[in-house]
Ligand binder design. Structure first.
Ligand SMILES: C[S@@+](CC[C@H](N)C(=O)[O-])C[C@H]1O[C@@H](n2cnc3c(N)ncnc32)[C@H](O)[C@@H]1O
Length: 205
C-alpha cells in the first residue's frame, strides 16, 4: 500500500504491529463490554456495524457479545491486526485499507471510531468525517480524546502522532442534520471497567 500521510506509514508498520501485541486481553474486553452496553442502550435497530481502525477487534468482540445477531465489518490499516481479525472469524467483512482510501459501497446502522481520529493527520479529518457520515444510515459514534481546541501531544516518544480536539463538535458542524443522542467519559481510574480516558459521542443522522 502507498500512503499519503506519515501517520498512515506509522500505523501500518512496526509501531502498529507492536501496538496489537501490547493491547489485548480479557480485561480490555470486559471494559469494552461495559462501555458499549451503555452506548448501545441508547440505540435501536442496530443490525449492522462498521468500525474504522478496528485493530484486533476488541470493540467488535464486545459488540458481538451484546448484539450477537449484528453483522460486523472492520476496516484496518495494519496487516498483523488484519490477520488477527481474520483468525477470530467474528467479522463478516474485513477491509485491509487506510481510512483515507476507503470508498464505502453500502451503509451500516452504526459507523464508529474509537481512538483513531486522534492518530489521523489533522488535514485529513474532514475527509474522515465525510466517510463516517457516508457509511452510516443511522448512528455515528466518535470515541476519542477530547480537547476544546486542537492540540498535538507527544505519543510514546513520537511527535505528530497524537492530536486531541473536539472531533464530535466538528462533525456536527460539518453535518447539520446530525443530532447528539448522548455522550460520556470513561476514566482510566475506574475501579472496575477502566478505559483510556475516552470521551464518547453518540450521534444520529
Ligand atoms: C489506538 S488504536 C485503537 C484501536 C481500536 N479502535 C480500539 O479502540 O481498541 C488505533 C487503530 O487505528 C488504526 N489506524 C490508524 N490510522 C489508520 C488509517 N489511516 N486507516 C485505517 N486504520 C488506521 C491503527 O492501525 C490501530 O489499529
Amino acid at each position: 500500500m502507498s500512503f499519503k500521510t506519515e501517520q498512515e506509514e506509522f500505523w501500518s508498520g512496526a509501531f502498529g504491529s507492536e501496538y496489537t501485541q501490547r493491547n489485548r486481553g480479557v480485561h480490555l474486553l470486559a471494559s469494552n463490554i461495559a462501555l458499549f452496553s451503555k452506548i448501545l442502550a441508547r440505540t435501536d435497530g442496530i443490525g449492522a456495524v462498521i468500525e474504522f481502525g478496528a485493530n484486533i477487534g476488541l470493540n467488535l468482540r464486545a459488540i458481538k457479545q451484546l448484539k450477537p445477531d449484528a453483522r460486523l465489518a472492520a476496516l484496518e490499516i495494519n496487516p498483523s491486526a488484519v490477520d488477527e481479525l481474520k483468525a477470530w472469524g467474528g467479522v463478516d467483512e474485513i477491509f485491509h485499507s487506510s481510512i483515507l482510501d476507503f470508498k464505502p459501497e453500502k451503509k451500516w446502522d452504526l459507523a464508529f471510531v474509537k481512538g483513531v481520529l486522534i492518530h489521523i493527520n489533522p488535514d485529513c479529518l474532514s475527509q474522515v468525517y465525510d466517510l463516517l457520515y457516508a457509511s452510516s444510515n443511522k448512528y455515528v459514534l466518535i470515541a476519542e480524546y477530547y480537547n476544546p481546541t486542537p492540540v498535538e501531544i507527544p505519543y510514546r516518544g513520537h511527535r505528530n502522532r497524537l492530536f486531541k480536539r473536539d472531533f464530535a463538535g466538528e462533525f456536527m458542524k460539518q453535518f447539520e442534520d446530525v443530532r447528539l443522542v448522548d455522550y460520556g467519559f470513561a476514566y482510566h481510574g475506574d475501579a472496575n471497567f477502566p478505559q483510556d480516558d475516552i470521551t464518547w459521542f453518540l450521534l444520529k443522522k
